[in-house]
Design a protein. Structure first.
Length: 139
């Protein structure tokens, strides 16, 4: 595993379920590049968080003609991977604590998973437009 911070930047995806799937696959490949096999706990956790944040960007942050971006940063010294998913919608920011879905509901658990798997997570405005939802996962 590298000893310095390694960054993957500028990955753009279409705002579609296929785009979210490709973002997750890219995360798994990047984790392999950083020494974490696809079946490892660290890679699976990062892939799940990327999948949830990308799916939320597609579902809640979609603007016609605009995609979403993914940035992954490995801080090997701290043992963290930072995941950033940016979309073009500013007004729909995630809650600071995940909502509790109805037990029979078929959706609404994504941020609960992110909250469990991430050391910390949050969101920030993106200039000139949009927001970035980020999470840090231990590796």
């Amino acid at each position: 595993m590298p000893t310095e911070t390694t960054t993957s930047t500028g990955s753009q995806f279409t705002s579609s379920p296929r785009g979210a799937q490709l973002a997750r696959r890219l995360a798994v490949r990047r984790m392999e590049d950083w020494g974490h096999p696809a079946a490892s706990d660290a890679s699976c956790a990062v892939a799940l968080v990327v999948g949830e944040l990308a799916a939320n960007a597609v579902r809640h942050g979609r603007v016609p003609g605009r995609g979403f971006s993914l940035r992954l940063t490995l801080d090997a010294a701290a043992g963290l991977v930072r995941i950033e998913v940016a979309d073009a919608v500013s007004v729909k920011r995630p809650p600071t604590t995940p909502p509790t879905p109805h037990p029979e509901s078929e959706s609404g658990r994504g941020l609960l998973l992110v909250d469990v798997l991430a050391v910390r997570w949050g969101s920030a405005p993106r200039h000139p437009v949009g927001k970035t939802v980020w999470a840090e996962v231990s590796v």
